[in-house]
Design a protein around this ligand. Structure first.
Ligand SMILES: N[C@@H](CCC(=O)N[C@@H](CS)C(=O)NCC(=O)O)C(=O)O
Length: 219
């Protein structure tokens, strides 16, 4: 019997989907508990820090998405083999954290400032982020972000690239002249190949094909 795991988040991808992906790849049979915004007011005071996601793993209650990411990764063998592998993966997780701070602001920018924001993002934020990621891949053998193997770092990068290339991101794509998901990655062949590889992991492919889209979808 596997562990009893309940993962609680809103009906969104957001800060929860990386954890759902790790649980899925790890073969953990978890309860995917989705809290509605209508119920949130009652649930909030019962949570550790007044926020979601939260998870219980065999009765152990935990909060803070990155702490949960690291815990799950260690539990399911996606944290590398050594402390150094883990460090490399953790560097990437924190690298993604930096860009998460900018992405929602771009995606939900008011129409009159969206184009300027997107241009600024594309000129500065995006290359800085992707240059760093591509460099890490190159340094680590070209295939994986950490420890020469699949780790939580690859999934963390996958979520950023998924979010930024979500097809509804029209303002963003108009500015780039992009009509497809991968144009943003054309100067980053290793990052692009890694993204495709994650998508094609059999358990992940199956999950992506049938997962709840989130409400609103893609968020
Ligand atoms: N540092 C926390 C931030 C969690 C967070 O911002 N949660 C948001 C949803 S993504 C939330 O619970 N918002 C509702 C609220 O604050 O009342 C983490 O990474 O878990």
């Amino acid at each position: 019997m596997g562990p009893a795991v309940k993962f609680t988040y809103f009906d969104l991808l957001g800060k929860g989907e990386l954890i759902r992906l790790l649980l899925t790849k790890g073969g953990v049979d978890f309860e995917d508990d989705r809290v509605s915004f209508a119920d949130w007011g009652n649930i909030k005071p019962t949570t550790t820090f007044g926020q979601l996601p939260m998870m219980t793993w065999d009765g152990l209650e935990m909060a803070q998405s990155h702490a949960i990411v690291r815990y799950v990764a260690k539990k399911v063998g996606l944290a590398g083999k050594t402390e150094e592998d883990f460090l490399q993966a953790d560097m990437i997780l924190e690298h993604t954290n930096d860009i998460w701070k900018d992405m929602p602001g771009l995606r939900f920018a008011a129409p009159d400032v969206k184009q300027a924001k997107a241009e600024e993002f594309l000129k500065n934020t995006w290359p800085k982020f992707l240059d760093g990621a591509e460099k890490m891949l190159k340094m680590r053998g070209g295939e994986w972000y950490a420890g020469n193997q699949l780790t939580f770092a690859d999934f963390a990068m996958y979520m950023v690239l998924f979010f930024i290339s979500w097809p509804e991101e029209k303002g963003f794509q108009d500015v780039t002249g992009c009509d497809g998901r991968f144009k943003l990655l054309d100067n980053y062949p290793l990052a692009k190949a890694n993204f495709i590889k994650i998508q094609n992991i059999p358990e992940i492919k199956k999950y992506l094909g049938s997962r709840k889209p989130g409400n609103p979808p893609g968020l």
